[in-house]
Structures are given as structure tokens and as C-alpha cells.
Design a binder for this molecule. Structure first.
Ligand code: CP
Ligand code: NVA
Length: 308
């Protein structure tokens, strides 16, 4: 069973093939109306369930459109409207859905929920974000980086802000794609050690630098994310904001990075908090290419899962 649960548990050469396939599928659609099918319909006759236990715009729409472009059909399910939200176990949900659909994508809270679903399902499962990781996002980010700056191997990626689920998947990707990663943020919001150590064990440089201006020097990519993730308690907002304010990505920080650096944010953003509109809408920003590439990258991920 080819589940897409995390970047570090997926074979590096398979990850590379998915990025390359995403690029060629994107090129093949150049100029086509969005609602038209691809020339090749690898998901024809296939049914995909998209389960959301948290809000989503990009993941929801890009998976839905991607399946349809490849000739498949989707159903978008809200966790709270399923029996899953009313006491049915994730294992039983997996066993039942596997009788109806060919592929399951889930966005959930606990990583354990994703793993239990994958364990019990008899069809492939894709991680559409958990509290700990967001691998589909990082596949789109690699595709986007390479479109703008060429191969990511050996490049320097700097994360400024909260050591969260999106950072964690960057750390997984650093080991698999061979780029260096610098985290800059307050010590209280450092990423879990296991993600940093895991990347280091794969031979890439992972640095923690408290000074954001030192951290971004020579960066090829500067990336940030919301200061309060969907699983974080609202009551932590003020404390987090106070700690994270020095790590805002603004014009001064991008100048310190240099012209070679591009800027990414997985979105949704809180403009004026983790990044200014000047940066988000500025010449170094590739955030909307990044959002578009969720579609192309995930189409390749789904094909890999289904072997089509
Ligand atoms: N980046 C991302 O996953 O966005 P959504 O929450 O809108 O799906
Ligand atoms: N870190 C954010 C990413 C949203 C796409 C969250 O988990 O809410």
C-alpha cells in the first residue's frame, strides 16, 4: 500500500519522480481552461474521499480540482458531519470507506489519527495536514522553488517564526532533497528536536539562529507561516505574538537576505503579522505560484499512491 503520510517515510527517488511528473503535468495544461480534463485520465473510474476535521481552502479545492482534471470523482467530507465526529472510531471509518472509495485524503488534528486510519485502510491514505506535519504543502513548495531557482539540493532555506507542522515537513524534506535549513525563532517555539535531529542524521546542515538578520544571510528561500496554527489555543495568541514579532518577514529582513532570496508562505496569512503585505506582494514573493502548485504536486502524489 502506497500511503503518502510523510516526506521522510517516502522514498527519495519517488519524491523526485513526483516533483518531475508534477512539473510536466503542469506544463501539459498550460493555457487550458481550469475545468477541463487532462489529456490523460489516470483517475478515470476512481473515487476519492477528502476528509476535513479542520478548515481548509487550498487543500480542499486543489485536491478536488486535481482529481476531476485526472478524470476521477471526489466527495468532500467534514469530520463533524460524519459519525467519526460522534464517536465512531477512525479504524472503523477507514474499513468502511475502503469499501466505497479508492483513495482517502485526511486533514486532522493528532498524527495518531492519520496513522490509525492508514493502518486500518485497505486503500492509500494521504496526509492533508496534522498538528505535526504538512507534507503535501512541502511538495508544492519544492516544485515552486525549483521553477524559480532550479534544483533545491545544496540551497539554503530559512524558516522565520514558529517551529510548527509546516517547518517539520521542511525538515523532513531537507534530508530527502538535500538542502540546508536554518530555523530562526524564539527558543520557546523551537521545533521538536526529533525533526531537527532527523534531518541532521541525513547529512544536511540544520542550524538554529536566534538573530533573524544573521539567519537570513545568503538565503535562497525565506519562509514563514501563521503565528497561531489551527491546533494552537487562542489563549496563547498574545504571548506568541509578543515572542514572534522580531521574526516578522518584512522588507528589511528580505533586504538582509539579498535579491537571490525568494519568499514563500503556505497561506492563509495574517498580513502585517508574520509577513508584511510589502513582502507578500513584492518582487521576491512566489506565494501564489506556491498555492497553485498544491494542485500540480498533489496530482502527482495521487498518481503515485494509486500507481497510475
Ligand atoms: N496551505 C494550506 O494548507 O491551506 P488551507 O488550510 O487553505 O488548505
Ligand atoms: N501551520 C498552519 C498551516 C495551515 C495551512 C496550521 O496548522 O494551522
Amino acid at each position: 500500500m502506497k500511503h503518502f503520510l510523510d516526506i521522510h517515510t517516502t522514498d527519495a527517488s519517488d519524491l523526485r519522480s513526483m516533483i518531475d511528473q508534477a512539473r510536466s503535468m503542469k506544463a501539459a495544461r498550460d493555457g487550458r481552461p481550469k475545468g477541463t480534463h487532462d489529456d490523460h485520465l489516470p483517475l478515470e473510474g476512481q473515487m476519492v474521499a477528502l476528509i476535513f476535521e479542520k478548515p481548509s481552502t487550498r487543500t480542499r479545492v486543489s485536491f478536488d480540482v486535481g482529481v476531476r482534471q485526472m478524470g476521477g470523482q471526489t466527495m468532500v467530507l467534514s469530520g463533524s458531519e460524519m459519525q467519526l465526529g460522534h464517536g465512531e472510531t477512525i479504524g472503523d471509518t477507514a474499513r468502511v470507506l475502503s469499501r466505497y472509495v479508492d483513495l482517502i485524503m485526511i486533514r486532522t488534528f493528532e498524527e495518531a489519527t492519520l496513522l490509525e486510519l492508514a493502518e486500518a485502510a485497505t486503500v492509500p491514505v494521504i496526509n492533508g495536514l496534522t498538528n505535526r506535519t504538512h507534507p503535501c504543502q512541502i511538495m508544492a513548495d519544492i516544485l515552486t522553488f525549483e521553477e524559480h531557482r532550479g534544483p533545491i539540493a545544496g540551497k539554503k532555506v530559512v524558516w522565520s517564526g514558529d517551529g510548527n507542522n509546516v517547518f517539520n515537513s521542511f525538515a523532513h524534506a531537507a534530508g530527502q532533497f538535500g538542502f540546508d535549513l536554518t530555523f530562526t525563532g524564539p527558543e520557546t517555539l523551537d521545533p521538536e528536536k526529533v525533526f531537527v535531529d532527523g534531518a541532521r542524521a541525513r547529512g544536511v546542515k540544520v542550524e538554529i539562529e536566534r538573530d533573524p538578520f544573521k539567519a537570513v544571510k545568503g538565503a535562497d528561500l525565506v519562509v514563514t507561516d501563521t503565528w497561531l496554527s489551527m491546533h494552537d489555543s487562542q489563549s496563547a495568541q498574545e504571548r506568541r505574538h509578543n515572542q514572534l514579532r522580531p521574526y516578522q518577514v518584512n522588507a528589511e529582513l528580505m533586504r538582509a537576505a539579498g535579491d537571490q532570496a525568494i519568499f514563500m508562505h503556505c497561506l492563509p496569512a495574517h498580513r502585517g503579522e508574520e509577513a508584511t503585505s510589502e513582502v507578500m506582494d513584492g518582487p521576491q514573493s512566489v506565494i501564489f505560484d506556491e498555492a497553485e502548485n498544491r494542485l500540480h504536486a498533489q496530482k502527482a502524489v495521487m498518481r503515485w499512491c494509486l500507481g497510475v
